[in-house]
Design a protein around this ligand. Sequence first.
Ligand SMILES: Cc1cc2nc3c(=O)[nH]c(=O)nc-3n(C[C@H](O)[C@H](O)[C@H](O)COP(=O)(O)O)c2cc1C
Length: 156
Amino acid sequence: MVNVWLIYHSKTGTCKQVCEDIASKFKDNYELRADEVKKIKPKDISNNPPDLLIVGSRITFDKPDRTISKFVQKIGKELNSPIEKAATYYTHMTPWDDSKAKMSEILKENNVAKNILPEHLAFKIQDVGKTKGPPEPGQEPKIEEFVKKVQEFISR
Ligand SMILES: Cc1cc2nc3c(=O)[nH]c(=O)nc-3n(C[C@H](O)[C@H](O)[C@H](O)COP(=O)(O)O)c2cc1C
């Protein structure tokens, strides 16, 4: 079975919820593990690399969150050879410029993954003046579409 490892960092639970929604769609035909990066070490991944890594990050100050970015950089330092494939998703509140904020570049620059799915999932929460908000209407189908693209990417 194909191994998928999903890592994320979540402060108020949105990135975690999206992780769980993605994970539930992988459970039948894939071996999937999902972890908050605060609870594991980069070595856990570099010692046992998956076939595909999914990285979920909240956006802070127009960039992927620092905690997960640093974690990904450390994986790159510790891996013997890059992971075959990776995909990325974000949670965000404002319409940030997603052509600039790129976890895929962090993955590439740090030799974490050879092939990165060009499309990412951007899951938007409503701006209610706080860092936690309900999902903007219309976000749920994006998860389904993203999972479909990742699964096609795996089988290529
Ligand atoms: C310090 C800080 C800065 C943020 N900056 C941005 C931003 O630049 N663009 C944006 O869309 N959302 C921004 N947000 C909103 C977060 O993306 C949102 O709180 C997060 O996606 C929720 O995910 P979580 O529940 O997993 O923490 C910011 C939040 C915080 C706390």
